[in-house]
Design a binder for this molecule. Structure first.
Ligand SMILES: Nc1ncnc2c1ncn2[C@@H]1O[C@H](COP(=O)(O)OP(=O)(O)OP(=O)(O)O)[C@@H](O)[C@H]1O
Length: 145
């Protein structure tokens, strides 16, 4: 499925649609070049879950947590990982327990597309805004519009 995101309002609406379908154990894997809009869409998903506070880019901290949300969210940016094995040192599995994972640069962590609960979104920069290429694992097939 391809979703056109011509402006930030469209990103907010798309984030809200995704947020409405999220459950514990899900992964939203966000790919795309620098500046493609991965953090912006992550923010929109968090807004869709009712979060009104600041959403810092996790580029430097790698992991940011939003425990007060239902479902709780772990927002990660794996860009700075040198090797996927480093996710063990980060304790990612523990963070993911009982939460949703929003993963920027998922390939740097070895990828999540093999998980049936992974929604993979690739953002591309267009003349007007962005477009999102959306692919879902088995769990997402019935949830996708
Ligand atoms: N659909 C869109 N239309 C117009 N501008 C957008 C859209 N999505 C994101 N942007 C803008 O693109 C810029 C970069 O977005 P963002 O920081 O989310 O990218 P990123 O993929 O997370 O980058 P990085 O990999 O560097 O962390 C921001 O200024 C944001 O407002």
């Amino acid at each position: 499925m391809i979703v056109r995101l011509p402006d930030l309002a469209a990103v907010e609406a798309f984030g809200a649609r995704i947020a409405a379908k999220l459950g514990v154990g899900d992964v939203v894997a966000l790919s795309g070049t620098l500046g493609a809009g991965k953090t912006t869409l992550s923010r929109a998903i968090l807004h869709g879950l009712g979060y009104a506070g600041e959403v810092p880019s996790p580029t430097f901290t790698i992991i940011e947590t939003y425990d007060s949300l239902d479902p709780p969210v772990v927002h990660a940016d794996f860009y700075r990982l040198d090797d996927p094995s480093e996710i063990e040192e980060l304790g990612l599995e523990d963070y993911r327990e009982g939460a949703v994972l929003l993963a920027e640069w998922p390939d740097k962590a070895g990828g999540f597309a093999n998980e049936p609960a992974c929604l993979s979104i690739t953002l591309e920069i267009m003349d007007e805004g962005r477009r999102a290429i959306v692919e879902g694992g088995a769990d997402w097939l019935e949830r996708m519009p």
